[in-house]
Design a protein around this ligand. Structure first.
Ligand code: C5P
Length: 231
């Protein structure tokens, strides 16, 4: 493990494929999110997967268990490597998601739960979501719920990855967005870390520091080599 996942937050398929061409024969892990999926649909996912890039389909499902199970059944056909739900959807919803994602035969995608978005601060969580536990307590408890539901890991801030490993064990995956170089902008992220400090992350998800860089390939390489130092 210890891979960099590039967040392909582009509005359309054209821009996305143009971006991936910069990587030549290299096939980086990529994350396809709502923006691209809602505009271009499953075909764009298949096209990127068929190029040979491992895909994390980041749609963060959150609905009643039966709806999530059926939605996951549809997504299972896309052949992605990783996908996710919100842990706040409850343990029953996560169990239903896993059931929907599991095919009758063959391998299923890894299923992760989003604990708290890396754009949410503890203060906002308290004031708007009325969660009065601390951020670490909330993340640890959501991660344990995800593990109890049979999920493979969580999406969390790199600042909380160690805590998740302490509560759920080293094999429980930590996939962490909110990564910034020391010299790049935080944008809308609130809980961030540099790649060379993400010791307890199995995968780091990096968007704008790579996609908005003057030289995205160089930014990707810098990120990968900084992250490799944490092995
Ligand atoms: O551009 P940036 O590096 O901030 O991109 C981070 C990516 O990770 C975005 O696609 C965002 O949707 C996603 N993400 C996140 N926080 C989470 C889960 C996913 O930032 N908790």
């Amino acid at each position: 493990m210890k891979d960099v996942i590039i967040a392909l937050d582009f509005p359309g398929r054209e821009e996305t494929l143009r971006f991936l061409k910069l990587f030549g024969e290299e096939r980086p892990w990529v994350k396809i999110g709502m923006e691209l999926f809602y505009r271009e649909g499953p075909d764009a996912v298949r096209a990127i997967r068929d190029m040979g890039c491992p895909v994390f389909l980041d749609l963060k499902l959150h609905d009643i268990p039966n709806t999530v199970k059926r939605a996951m059944r549809s997504l299972a056909n896309l052949g992605v490597n990783m996908t996710n739900v919100h842990a706040s959807g409850t343990r029953a919803m996560m169990e239903a998601a896993l059931e929907g994602l599991t095919p009758d035969s063959g391998e299923r995608a890894k299923l992760l739960a989003v604990t708290q978005l890396t754009s949410t601060s503890e203060e906002v969580m308290r004031r708007e979501l009325l969660i009065h536990a601390t951020m670490p307590e909330t993340v640890a408890s959501y991660a344990m719920n995800a593990q109890a539901a049979g999920l493979d890991g969580v999406v969390c801030s790199p600042l909380e990855a160690k805590l998740v490993k302490e509560h759920c064990g080293k094999d429980f995956l930590t996939v962490t967005p909110g990564i910034r170089f020391a010299d790049s902008k935080a944008d809308d992220q609130a809980r961030i870390m540099t790649p060379d400090k993400a010791f307890d992350s199995d995968y780091i998800v990096v968007g704008r520091p790579i996609t908005a860089a003057a030289d995205p390939l160089a930014a990707y390489r810098r990120c990968a080599s900084d992250f490799a130092k944490t092995k």
